[in-house]
Design a protein around this ligand. Sequence first.
Ligand code: ZN
Length: 330
Amino acid sequence: MKWLKITGAMLLTPALLYGCQTEQIQRQVEIQADEVKKKEASTVVGQEEKVSSPLLKEEARITEERNEQVEAAKVAEKTQQEAIEAKEKRNKLASKEKTTPAEEQKPPATDVKEEATNQNQQEEGQKPKKTLIHYNGHSEQMEVALTFDDGPDEIYTPQILKILRDNGVRATFYIVGSEARRHPEMVKLIKAEGHVIANHSWNHTDFRKLSNEQLLKQIKKTDKLLQEIVGGEVSPYFRPPYGALRPEQAEVIRQHGYIVTNWSVDTRDWSGISSNQIVQKVREQTAPGGIVLQHFAGGDRSATVRALPEIISYLQEKGYNLTTVEEVLR
Ligand SMILES: [Zn+2]
C-alpha cells in the first residue's frame, strides 16, 4: 500500500504541477492577449515595432504571412492579366494576318495556370513540351527564310531592299529599337515592301545578363516603337542578340506573347569573310525549312550585299521558295 501511495504521489505531483503550470501559462496568455488588444486599439502595433512576447511574435508572423499571401495573390493576378493581354495580342495577330503558328496559339493563361497549379508536375516531366526557341521551320517543305539582323541603317538597308525587290523575294528583318528610332523611314520602307518586321531588342545587349524585368522592357519598348513607326501591329517574332538566352528567359518571353526565332544557317557574314565564303556557308548548311542569318547593318556589310544575289539564285535553283519566318514556321 505504501508503495502504491508513493507511486500515486509520484504520478500526481507532475500532473498537479503541470496543471498549475498550465493555469499559469493560460493566465499569462490572457494577459498577453489583453496587451495585444490594447496595442491594437491604440494603433501602435507597426511592422517596425520590436516584438518580444511569444504571442506578439505569433501575431506578427500571422500578419506577415497574410501580407505575403496578399502579395502573392497580387503577383498571380498580374501574371494572369499579362498572359491574357498577350493572348489577346496573339489572337488579334492570328486573325489579322493568319500567320501565327498553330502551336503558339495555345492560350497563355492556361499555361500560367498549369505552372502555378503544381510545380512537381513540371519536375516529373508531365508538363506538355513546348518549343521555346525555333531554329527552323518544317523540314518537309522546300521553303527557306532569309533573315537580316541589327539594322536598319541608311547605307546597306536600301541596297539589300533593292536586291530583294529585284528578285521578288520577301524576307524577315530583326530590328534593333534604338536603330529604328534613328532611321524610322527605313523601317517604314521595309514594311512597305512587304517584308516582316521582327524584334531584335532595344540596344543589342546580352540578354543572359538581364533580369526578366529588364529583358521584357527591351522587347516591349522596341515593339511599341515599331508599332508607332509602321502605324499598326508588327510580328511577334523576336530574336535575342547573339541568339543567346537562358532557358527560363525563353519561357518568360513566350509567356508574354513573343516567339523566339533563331536560325539554322549561320552565314557568319559579320566576321569579315568574303562574299564567296558567305555563299558557301549557305550551300553547306541549308536544308528545307531553313532560317538563314545575315546582317543588314551594324558594320561593313558590303560582303553581305555582294553575296545576296548569288544566295537567292542558288536557293531558287535548288527549288526553294524564299519566304518569311512566319511562313516557314506555319
Ligand atoms: Zn544581332
